[in-house]
Design a protein around this ligand. Structure first.
Ligand SMILES: C[S@@+](CC[C@H](N)C(=O)[O-])C[C@H]1O[C@@H](n2cnc3c(N)ncnc32)[C@H](O)[C@@H]1O
Length: 224
């Protein structure tokens, strides 16, 4: 295999792991995702403005190293995670076992969410949009499980920045802010805020280096 073919194979494998971490490499990727993305997760949590006794769903939480920090956002807050990756589900549940009933973790097949209608006050998803085969169905599920007047936060890196990364050509869907805002409106959400953030983060493609990453945090509400 030439160096170029090897690089392409490495990038394809990295792209697959980012969308669905599995095996020993998956645990390592989970660690690097947490390191790179904790700033986006914190920005999304801040945008949700959680209050006492709220019930938060996070879809695609990765290794869950941030869940204790989430729970510190408001007294009596309950957290429910939902993951496509069995590995991330197990890793997050194990890491957060000491949190007891304040934090629950569920694994599913990426289709219908395994929750009844209107059971969460808030929902969030960080860096998952790129991997969804059917974004309108995903947004419809988020709307279904949020209570009337509930708040959704979505965080994702800007499409132009993502396009320049060497692994996103392997199956990522990229989004400009306006496209996500429009998709939310089509799913029946009321618009909230769009906040752009820019941070220096470790590069996944070139370990040992950092890069400046622009990203978006969008909030939207379900009609009361
Ligand atoms: C790039 S990682 C982001 C993890 C974490 N939110 C972060 O920003 O570091 C994407 C995560 O979303 C999960 N995922 C992908 N598609 C999903 C889906 N349809 N439902 C739930 N989780 C999904 C993957 O298993 C993976 O853990």
């Amino acid at each position: 295999m030439s160096v170029t073919q090897e690089d392409a194979a490495r990038m394809r494998a990295l792209a697959a792991q980012l969308g669905h971490p599995q095996g020993e490499d998956g645990l390592r990727v989970g660690e690097t995702m947490h390191e790179s993305n904790i700033g986006m997760t914190r920005a999304c949590l801040a945008a949700l403005a959680l209050q006492a006794d709220d019930v938060l769903l996070e879809v695609g939480h990765g290794n869950g190293a941030h869940v204790a920090e989430c729970l510190a956002a408001a007294p009596g807050l309950r957290y429910q995670g939902l993951e496509l990756s069995a590995l991330m589900h197990e890793d997050a549940a194990r890491r957060n076992a000491a949190l007891g009933e304040a934090a629950g973790f569920a694994h599913y097949d990426g289709q219908a969410f395994p929750f009844p209608d209107a059971c969460f006050t808030h929902a969030m998803s960080v860096n998952t949009l790129y991997f969804l085969p059917d974004p309108p169905a995903f947004l419809a599920e988020l709307r279904r499980v949020l209570r009337p007047g509930g708040t959704l936060g979505l965080a994702f890196a800007d499409a132009e920045f993502m396009r320049a990364l060497p692994f996103t050509e392997h199956g990522f869907r990229l989004y400009a802010m306006e496209a996500v805002r429009d998709a939310l409106a089509e799913a029946g959400f009321l618009p909230g805020e769009a906040r752009r953030i820019e941070e220096q983060v470790p590069s996944k493609a070139r370990p040992g280096t950092t890069q400046s990453r622009p990203s978006w945090v969008l909030t939207a509400r379900t009609p009361a």
